[in-house]
Design a protein around this ligand. Structure first.
Ligand SMILES: NC(=O)c1ccc[n+]([C@@H]2O[C@H](COP(=O)([O-])OP(=O)(O)OC[C@H]3O[C@@H](n4cnc5c(N)ncnc54)[C@H](O)[C@@H]3O)[C@@H](O)[C@H]2O)c1
Length: 373
């Protein structure tokens, strides 16, 4: 690697920077970059992406917005106490956690904030530009990992859209890892489309929906008629608390159900429920019950139980998405990154819904990032 390449630094600006997913991404990047842990769960560290020109993990500099002020090292200690991060890791990467903590700015809008949307967007964009300038970063990507918002009424810009507009205004690529509106608002969508910047979303596919995007195509390809597909999720942590709000859960569940309609060709009976169980913390149990008909109408059932650590599933994908979007921006690839549907419950564009086909599209995108396809 040339000296200039090895010195290049790029920014990852996290909305919700003090949350579980963000803290795990910052801590995980430092741990893997230091060789303390293998890059399990990071697709961009596998051979198909070796020549894609992705920014190395050592070049990523973190900052972000949050509305709470709990220091990142303390959040990391809490996650280690909960078994999400390995014991001893927060101490081993204390310098990296402190560096990221120093780059987190107050988000908004806070209760009683009198700034109008334009002023908020300008203030957020100024924070991001300042981060890029002071860090002498080549470029930065904004990744939304803030609490899920209730589904928007379509009129006023929700906070996720203010941040998305700020990302565009600051000249950054944008990734929406949550089901919140982000760039899906008509105003911000138009700005993003005209910006020449790459963007991706929405809602990371890490557990129940990941499994559905594999099993749905299996039933369809084997010509087995799915009559009903029902699911229940039990989880705690900040995400569990946010999704206890029925409006926020509705935004999440729409994405989970879309994958079934897209892969099966019809919407089966059944719903998805999300229950907040604070005692479970970041550990999610997702139960799916699939009733299907076999040959001559024989009735059968498949049940799956997924027990995952939500932030450990999400963080490597956040790092993947940040690197892929930063590289796309470097190559001046603009607009919706529809080849990244592999990562999302509710992907942008009309790409395939089965995980296998989405993986093929992702590998092809990795080749395009080499500049050879
Ligand atoms: N497997 C997964 O963990 C997974 C998968 C898909 C999507 N997600 C989404 O990722 C998001 C983060 O999940 P988490 O477990 O880290 O949640 P969390 O509650 O631990 O963190 C969310 C953070 O967002 C901050 N926040 C809330 N409103 C904000 C605002 N207006 N501006 C700036 N920051 C704000 C909160 O203070 C908090 O620190 C959620 O929306 C979740 O649905 C997670």
């Amino acid at each position: 690697m040339s000296a200039s390449l090895s010195r290049a630094r790029v920014g990852v600006w996290l909305i919700g920077a003090r949350g579980s997913v963000a803290t795990t991404a910052v801590a995980g990047c430092a741990a893997v970059a230091a060789g303390l842990h293998p890059p399990a769960g990071m697709v961009t560290e596998t051979p198909p992406f070796a020549d894609s020109g992705l920014p190395p993990l050592t070049s990523l500099v973190f900052g972000g917005h949050d509305t709470v002020d709990c220091p990142l090292p303390k959040r990391a200690e809490e996650l280690a106490a909960g078994g999400v991060l390995p014991h001893g890791l927060p101490a081993a990467i204390a310098a990296e956690l402190a560096a990221a903590d120093a780059e987190i700015r107050p988000g908004g809008p806070a209760p009683g904030d009198t700034r109008d949307p334009e002023e908020l967007i300008d203030a957020f964009a100024a924070d991001i530009r300042d981060f890029v300038r002071r860090g002498r970063l080549d470029r930065a990507v904004v990744v939304n990992v803030a609490s899920t918002e209730p589904a928007s009424d379509g009129a006023a810009l929700p906070p996720s859209s203010l941040y998305a507009a700020a990302a565009v205004r600051a000249g950054c690529g944008y990734v929406n890892f949550t089901p919140s509106t982000g760039l899906h608002h008509p105003t911000t969508a138009a700005e993003a489309a005209a910006s020449g910047l790459p963007y991706a979303g929405r809602d990371g596919k890490t557990g129940q929906t990941l499994l559905r995007s594999v099993l749905g195509p299996m039933f369809a390809q084997r010509a087995l008629a799915v009559r009903a597909w029902s699911g229940t999720n039990l989880l705690g942590g900040g995400d569990g608390a946010a999704l206890a709000d029925p409006a926020a859960a509705a935004a999440k569940n729409a994405g989970k159900e879309r994958v079934l309609t897209d892969t099966l060709g019809t919407a089966p009976q059944g719903e998805v429920h999300i229950d907040d169980v604070p005692a479970l913390g970041d550990w999610k149990t997702a139960w799916d019950h699939v009733a299907f008909d076999g040959f001559l109408g024989t009735r059968m059932v498949l049940q799956t139980i997924w027990q995952g650590c939500d932030s450990a599933l999400a963080a490597p994908l956040v790092l993947d998405l940040a690197r892929l979007t930063l590289r796309a921006q470097e190559l001046e690839i603009a607009g919706p990154l529809t080849d990244l549907g592999f990562y999302f419950k509710d992907p942008l564009g009309e790409g395939p819904s089965s995980l296998g086909e989405q993986y093929t599209a992702l590998v092809r995108f990795g080749q395009r990032l080499r500049g050879t396809a």
